[in-house]
Design a binder for this molecule. Sequence first.
Ligand SMILES: NC(=O)C1=CN([C@@H]2O[C@H](COP(=O)(O)OP(=O)(O)OC[C@H]3O[C@@H](n4cnc5c(N)ncnc54)[C@H](OP(=O)(O)O)[C@@H]3O)[C@@H](O)[C@H]2O)C=CC1
Ligand SMILES: CC(C)(CO)C(=O)C(=O)O
Length: 309
Amino acid sequence: MRILVVGAGGIGGYFGGRLVEAGRDVTFLVRPGRAAKMAATGLAIRSPAGDADLPASSAVTAEGLATRGPFDLVIVTCKAYDLAAAVEDFAPAVGPRTVVLPLLNGLQHLDALDARFGAGAVFGGLCLISSRRDEHDRIVHLSDVHRLTFGARSPGQADVVREVARAFEGARFEAVASDDVTLAMWEKWVFLATLAGVTCLMRAAVGDVVRAGGTDLVTTMLEEARAIAEANGFAPRAPFLQMSRSRLVDPDSTLTASMLDDLERGGPTEADHILGDLLRRGEPGRGATPSPLRTALLAIRAQENRARR
Ligand SMILES: NC(=O)C1=CN([C@@H]2O[C@H](COP(=O)(O)OP(=O)(O)OC[C@H]3O[C@@H](n4cnc5c(N)ncnc54)[C@H](OP(=O)(O)O)[C@@H]3O)[C@@H](O)[C@H]2O)C=CC1
Ligand SMILES: CC(C)(CO)C(=O)C(=O)O
């Protein structure tokens, strides 16, 4: 299976690198700056699951992709705010039998991918991991969780799910083929919207907020996000909610959302994709009230405006 990984940042570098390590046929689509660095230093992963130093593996820029023909699987790992440009860049790699597997947080990207490639070509996907690119361009995996969940969004995709599962077999991450990937994506979204909302609004880890007396803020945001998911027909399952609650109100937790890193760097964030889109899917009129999630969205937008200014 010829695999194209779009982006070699926190998650693309990690999961793509693990596939290279397992001997799969992987090409990275990267932008020129990253291409030069990868050519010079290869791809390094630092992880509690085991480090990897991969040689200058096959990386191409958009220009070089045109002659490569269609790939079997395209794993999309850019940020939501880069998606439109990335789609144009990787479109030449998508042929009539190509499967596109996005791992972005949220759900809005599915609309853009469906519109461009047809819903039949687009899988559902998400990942549970904390990985970042450090100042030496190494991929640093920050916990022992590295789960990639994927699955069919329509019955016609079931056979291909098995092929993709075989391609992931033996790679050093937990690959989960989900029977209800859209629900799994909603659940992750509910968790992440709460985590991003709380940690970006308070500019602190969840444990810091809880120890400051903010448990009610966390649980109110979680309930707001949960209710929107339920109103859209994707009520999170009880074990998932239990796990989310216990992680989000843990006074010792140093967990923050990757969105807080973006905010603190003064760069763009995925706030509109994660919080704005969720709120738009809430009950009509609800977005007009200053709910906790909306307050967080406004705080992040204001900081983005300030950084741009
Ligand atoms: N990091 C994490 O722990 C997790 C992240 N996620 C989600 O995964 C997605 C990606 O996040 P993350 O990996 O952290 O982001 P990063 O910023 O670390 O990586 C994104 C990569 O995409 C690249 N990229 C952007 N546009 C293009 C393009 N046109 N062609 C090729 N490459 C491109 C960027 O390139 P360049 O280097 O040139 O900027 C960058 O290397 C987000 O939706 C995030 O919410 C989900 C779970 C956990
Ligand atoms: C919640 C977490 C850390 C898990 O993967 C994440 O997706 C993010 O911070 O972007």
